[in-house]
Design a protein around this ligand. Structure first.
Ligand SMILES: [Zn+2]
Length: 337
């Protein structure tokens, strides 16, 4: 299959994602939830072991992890006190702590790769991942323009990677174009959620980011997972992925399959179809919480389970894994990853 190679690889951590000999620690991406309150450092009830962190507390939280080998993070907003409106205007407002955090993190940890989630669901009054029409349906063309503007704001703030998680049609192209128009396309990469399934496993995250839709659900823009048989399910998934191949042709540098464990067949197929594009697995909040609680209840051995999970992702063809277990992995002295 023809694949256009216009990939943006401007950060040393990105190069590592292409190499088969890269150590596991260098393949991990740690999700960080940034609070609007600068001194905030509180536990997230639905994501036990994770924190909502204000910009003044980020340094102390991340320093031991960076010293322990952390290479990459992805930033999300997490706050109950965001001003929400139809357009999600807070997303690219200069007072958004995500934008402030990018500058601070670049100053503190110049070698740390900073990716930013790009979506409007945590910022819109309706909670959908795109802008809506009067009838409640998604307005795709307005949505991708808005998402491109948000991506540009994060890129201008200094992030290395923008990661659109909305699943609107043609948003990667819109983002690539706006980056190009602002001379940022050679320094800011696009990590696209190319295969984001409509999954029940996102529930803890939505509670953390206050991003549940006010009405309807996301089945119209996230991918369906079900079919009448295992074989059909596989075929539908592959066709759906083919459908999304335009993300790469539009200019995505890397793609994400999300969730992880139930969708490793998709990772495998993505690698077959696009051997030169590193694929990330997002071990989502529901997967994390299930493993965490089972280990706390003494049902699973946490370290063994994490090790097995990560190995399964790599075996399926993943080059990167986004996981909340990063601190567990880095600080674990008993287990060699
Ligand atoms: Zn969203």
């Amino acid at each position: 299959m023809h694949q256009t190679i216009h990939q943006t690889i401007s950060h040393h951590a990105l190069l590592k994602w292409y190499s088969p000999s890269t150590k596991l620690i260098e393949r991990l991406i740690y999700p960080v939830f940034v609070s609007t309150e600068e001194n905030c450092y509180e536990d997230l009830m639905y994501l036990p072991g994770q924190k909502r962190i204000g910009t003044k507390r980020l340094y102390n939280h991340l320093k031991p992890l960076v010293d322990g080998g952390l290479q990459s993070i992805i930033l999300f907003i997490s706050s109950d006190s965001i001003h929400k409106d139809e357009e999600g205007s807070f997303a690219d407002d200069s007072v958004n702590p995500v934008i402030k955090a990018i500058g601070l993190l670049k100053e503190w940890f110049p070698r740390l790769l900073i990716a930013c989630d790009v979506c409007v669901c945590a910022y819109t009054s309706h909670g959908h991942c795109g802008l809506t029409l009067a009838n409640g349906n998604i307005d795709n063309s307005r949505s991708i323009k808005r998402l491109a503007d948000i991506a540009l704001a994060y890129a201008q703030a200094g992030c290395d990677v923008v990661a659109p998680s909305d699943m609107m049609d043609n948003r990667v192209m819109a983002i690539k174009e706006i980056l190009r128009a602002n001379s940022l396309s050679s320094t800011v990469s696009i990590l696209s959620y190319a295969a984001k399934f409509h999954s029940s496993l996102y529930t803890p995250f939505r509670k953390v980011s206050s991003s549940s839709p006010l009405y309807g659900d996301r089945s119209k823009y996230q991918l369906p997972f079900e079919s009448h048989s295992v074989a059909m399910k596989s075929i539908v998934s592959i066709i759906t992925l083919f459908h999304k191949k335009r993300d790469i042709e539009e200019g995505a540098d890397f793609i994400i399959v999300k969730p992880g464990l139930f969708y490793l067949d998709i990772v495998c197929k993505a690698k077959e179809l696009f051997p030169f594009t590193p694929v990330a697995v997002y071990q989502v909040s529901g997967e994390y919480a299930a493993i965490y609680h089972a280990s706390k209840a003494g049902i699973l051995d946490l370290d063994q389970t994490i090790h097995e999970y990560l190995s399964g992702c790599i075996r399926a063809g993943a080059s990167m894994i986004i996981t909340y277990f990063v601190p567990q992995i880095i600080f674990n002295k008993n287990h060699e990853y």
